[in-house]
Design a protein around this ligand. Structure first.
Ligand SMILES: [Zn+2]
Length: 260
């Protein structure tokens, strides 16, 4: 990833994405208005932060991103595998739909999703001109949401897996993501013995490598161009929010993407 700074905000871009075709950014927690555990560019509206600060953060983010706040499309992220196709921005006051993958082929739409440990899978199809973001925590990963997205955009837009470029944004790494045995059992049940390779037993517990698991899902679906930021949220609290490391009382950082 490449790092950028503007008006106190620090954001990153994947190396593989074409800046001529799209605008995208992964905004770190730096440079916003929120205080305390939410400091400072928290984009989450349901985690206990001051709503005025969250709104100010959104407005600042969109100003730096160079697109109107009114162009945004976002959803209520629920750890499922529903993929939604956005034809237009979300009108003010209209409720969020529950979904964990959002895609668009409309340049007037700016997609935004919120993260704190779950894996952001950021999609670009330069041939059919489609962009998208997928939210993959362990539950979405178990449901192979990355592959669901590949299949969904193939049906909707005619996208070919071999044309796709996918970036894995900052999220919790396999050394930090401790999970219970019941999680491993669910993976073994759904994926068979293949799932074993993504779990490591240490003296202090069981750990899931959610990066490798998502890469595996994407490769199985035919995606060849994958860029993994390999940036761990739990190990870099000055830059990212970590739901696990900060014991649930924290903000959400934003991933934003739009076609030019
Ligand atoms: Zn880590």
């Amino acid at each position: 990833m490449r790092q950028f700074q503007q008006d106190g905000l620090v954001y990153y871009k994947f190396d593989n994405f074409d800046d001529d075709a799209l605008d995208h950014a992964i905004f770190s927690r730096k440079g916003g208005s929120s205080k305390g555990p939410y400091a400072s560019l928290n984009l989450g509206g349901t985690n206990g932060d001051d709503p005025n600060a969250v709104l100010a953060n959104h407005e600042k983010l969109f100003s730096v991103f160079g697109r109107p706040y009114s162009s945004r499309f976002d959803v209520w992220q629920v750890h499922g595998k529903t993929i939604f196709f956005s034809e237009a921005p979300r009108p003010p006051g209209k409720k969020h739909l529950p979904a964990d993958g959002i895609f668009t082929d409309k340049p007037e739409v700016t997609l935004i999703m919120r993260f704190a440990d779950c894996v952001p899978l950021v999609f670009h199809d330069p041939v059919q001109k489609v962009v998208g973001i997928v939210h993959a925590g362990w539950q979405g990963t178990l449901l192979r949401i990355g592959a669901e997205a590949v299949s969904a955009i193939q049906q909707r837009y005619g996208s070919l897996a071999s044309d796709l470029s996918v970036g894995l944004g900052p999220s919790i790494c396999g050394k930090c993501y401790q999970v219970g045995e019941e999680v491993r059992q669910q993976f073994l049940k759904a994926w068979g013995a293949e799932a074993e390779q993504f779990f490591t037993k240490q003296e202090n517990g069981l750990f899931l490598d959610i990066w490798e698991a998502n890469e595996w899902v994407l490769k199985q679906a035919g995606v060849a161009q994958i860029e993994n930021s390999r940036c761990c949220t739990a190990e870099n609290l000055d830059t990212w929010y970590s739901y696990r490391k900060e014991k649930g009382i924290t903000g959400r950082f934003a991933v934003v993407i739009a076609l030019k």
